[in-house]
Every structure is written in structure tokens, then in C-alpha cells.
Ligand binder design. Structure first.
Ligand SMILES: [Zn+2]
Length: 254
């Protein structure tokens, strides 16, 4: 039985900033807390929701217990959302904490995301995989690899797998808006390296593939709130992350 007391809400830490990016896309930001024990709270980050009519696609379910519930309540109270679907961009724990709120509905994710969450279920639920907090490890219950399309009425939402950041990572593309939600494949101010599942060369090639997409605005999970409020990032964000990776590889070779 999971109760909120796992993490009694600390108002100083557990608040959410909401940015309405347009009339069907919102960003929920948990802030940067430089003294927090959890790295993702120090880094700052958030999740997105896409909505139309009475339905929403919640893209990831926040970082601390209680935050995902606030997102859900905000969508219900402010946008009159009744029906929810979740997309998990990847398995990392700052993206799946409150999947349990949606376990009776569709939680869509890459097949590897489901596999990894299930393989680490005991450690996640004991709070020992990355340290506290502990939370219920609920994996995606609708899985795919490669590409999938979702619809909110006439709004098309494309899911694209890229071999960047970790296995089974998805980007969310809104073709009508030319918007890409890159989740953790693009980050500001730091980019997290992981080459266990794909070589740096593979990941650089994936950035090239992303560059070729028809996108004008880019948003990410871990980013600068002022940039989001000012309209988001453009394709330089991809180039800058790729250049950073290229330079790190070049330095490592010396
Ligand atoms: Zn993250």
C-alpha cells in the first residue's frame, strides 16, 4: 500500500511551475534545488502534457511522489481533462515516479522501458536503485519499438525512438506545431553520457537524424525555464549537444 507519507509534501521543494507553451501543450517544472539530495532535483526538470478536448497525453510522470498528482490535478482543474494516457519517454526514475496514478489506463513506452523497469522492480520499490524515494514500479502496458502515432482528436502525436541517452528513448513530435519534445536526449545545462547501449558514433548519427526532422521548436525535460517561457529552443540545441559530445570524445582520445 502506497501512501503520500512516503514523501510528505515539502512546499519549499515540492512545487510545480506550469508554463503554457501553447493552447494544447504545457510544461510542468519542478525547479532547481541546489541542496537537494537527489541529482535530478539539483539539475531541475519537468514533464509535459499535450491535451485537446477532454483528453490528455501526459509525457512522463515527474520525479518526486506527489508531483505527478499535482500535474494530473492541474490538468483536471484548469483544462477540464477527464481522460488520460501516459507516454514514458524512457525508464529513468525521474520520469516514471507517478506512473501508478495511471496504471488502470494506457501507459505507452518502448519495449525496453518495460523490460528494464520490471528487471529493477524490487530495487525501485525499495528505494535502493538510485536511492530514495521508493515508489511503485509500474511499467508501460502498451509497448512498441521504432515508431508509433497517437491522436488527440485531429492532433497527431508521433513517437520516435532514438539511440541517445539510454536504451528505448522516445522523442515526442507534434508535426502540426513542428515541435519536438526531446525529453533527456537534449539537456541544458549538462548532457549525461551513457555509451553502454550505443556508441558515441551511433548517438551522433542519431542527432543528425533528429536534425533532419521538420521541427522549429524544441523542449526538453531538463532545461532552462526562462528559455521555455521565451518560446523554447531551436535546432541549435541539437547541434550544441552534438558538438559537446564530439568535443568530449575528441578530448578523451588525446
Ligand atoms: Zn531525466
Amino acid at each position: 500500500m502506497w501512501t503520500k507519507k512516503v514523501n510528505a509534501l515539502d512546499e519549499k521543494i515540492n512545487y510545480i511551475d506550469v508554463v503554457d507553451i501553447n493552447d494544447h501543450l504545457a510544461y510542468f517544472y519542478w525547479g532547481r534545488h541546489k541542496d537537494h539530495s537527489a541529482m535530478d532535483m539539483r539539475l531541475g526538470g519537468g514533464t509535459h502534457a499535450i491535451y485537446r478536448g477532454d483528453s490528455a497525453i501526459v509525457v512522463d510522470t515527474m520525479n518526486l511522489p506527489g508531483q505527478g498528482e499535482r500535474v494530473r490535478k492541474h490538468l483536471q482543474d484548469n483544462y477540464a481533462i477527464k481522460y488520460f494516457m501516459v507516454v514514458n519517454t524512457h525508464w529513468h526514475l525521474d520520469h516514471i515516479t507517478e506512473n501508478h496514478l495511471y496504471k488502470n489506463g494506457s501507459i505507452i513506452g518502448h519495449a525496453d522501458t518495460r523490460k528494464i523497469i520490471l528487471a529493477n522492480k524490487d530495487a525501485i520499490e525499495a528505494g535502493t536503485l538510485w536511492g530514495p524515494p521508493a515508489f511503485p514500479a509500474i511499467p508501460p502496458n502498451v509497448t512498441f519499438k521504432g515508431r508509433m502515432d497517437l491522436w488527440l482528436e485531429d492532433l497527431k502525436v508521433e513517437l520516435h525512438e532514438f539511440a541517445i541517452h539510454c536504451e528505448g528513448h522516445l522523442a515526442v513530435h507534434l508535426p502540426d506545431d513542428k515541435i519536438l519534445l526531446a525529453a533527456d536526449m537534449l539537456e541544458d545545462p549538462i548532457w549525461i553520457f551513457n555509451f553502454d547501449f550505443a556508441t558515441p558514433e551511433t548517438q551522433l548519427a542519431e542527432f543528425e537524424r533528429m536534425m533532419a526532422m521538420d521541427i522549429e521548436r524544441i523542449y526538453a525535460s531538463h532545461c532552462n525555464l526562462d528559455t521555455v517561457k521565451a518560446g523554447g529552443y531551436d535546432k541549435h540545441f541539437i547541434k550544441n549537444n552534438a558538438t559537446y559530445l564530439k568535443r568530449m570524445i575528441a578530448d578523451a582520445d588525446n
